[in-house]
Design a protein around this ligand. Sequence first.
Ligand code: NAD
Length: 255
Amino acid sequence: MSGLLEGKSALVTGGGSGIGRATALAFAREGAWVAVADQTIEAAQKTVAEIEARDGKAVAIACDVTDDDAVKAMVAAAVDAFGGLDCAFNNAGISPFNVNAHGQKIGDIAPEAWARIIDVNLTGVWRCLRHEVAQMRTQGGGVIVNTASILGLVGSPTSSAYVASKHGVVGLTKTAAVDHAEENIRVNAVCPGYIETPMTEETMRRRGGRIMARVPMQRMGKPEEIAEAVIWLCSERASFVTGVAWAVDGGYTAI
Ligand code: NAD
C-alpha cells in the first residue's frame, strides 16, 4: 500500500524533538523524503537515524530559525538533497521557560525575553516561509504547515509573548495563504493543545491539574496526534484547504 505522500519531499524545523520528531517520522511513514532541521544537529541526526532504521530516507540539517542565512541555506540543502520541496512544516519554537519568563505578567517580562520569543516563534516562521515560498514558486507549488498553538486562538495568563507570537503565526498563515493561493501554494496552521513533549514537562509539573481540568477530553495529546493533522493538511486530501488554523486540542478551545 502506498503512503499519502509517496515520493514527496518534506522539511521539518524543530525536527529533533517532540511534535517535530513525531511529524518527521510520520512524513517518512507516508513515503516522503524528510529533511530534519534543528538548532541542535545531534537531535536532528537522532530523528534521521530513527527514519533510516525504518527504511526511510532523511537528511539532518543544522538550522537556527533566528538566522536568515541559515534558513536560506536549510531550504537550499533540502532542495539539494531531494530535488525540490513539496511540503514544509515550520514548527521550531520555544516557551517562556526557555527564556526564564515563566509566570511573568506583561509588566514583568524582560524586553530581551519578549524579543527572543517573538524572534523564534513568529519571525522564525516568517523567515522559513519566505525562503520556502521562493522555492515553491519555481517548481509550480507546494504545501506549508506552521505550528501555532491553542494560545494562537485564546489568551492565557502570564504568557503574553508566547500568546502574541502564536496569534501572530495564525495571522501570518492566513495572509501567506491568501498571498500565494494563485501560485498553487497552500498554507495552513495547526494549533496544538497541551501535548506530551519536553516543552510542557515543567508546566505540567507546576499546574498540570488545573490545566487538565479545562480539557474536555481530560488528557494531554501525543505528538503523533498532531503529526496526523499535519500529514493530512500536506496531502492531496486537503487540496481545497488553505488559510485555516486547525485546533487539535482535545476540545480545549471548544468551551
Ligand atoms: P520541543 O521542545 O520538544 O521541541 C522544539 C524543538 O525546536 C527542539 O528540538 C528545539 O531544539 C527546536 N528549536 C528551538 N528553538 C529553535 C531555533 N531557534 N531554531 C531551530 N530549532 C529550534 O517542543 P514541542 O512541544 O515539540 O514544540 C514544537 C512546536 O509546537 C513549538 O512551536 C511549540 O510552541 C508548539 N506547541 C507545543 C505545544 C505543546 O503542548 N507541546 C502546544 C502548542 C504548540
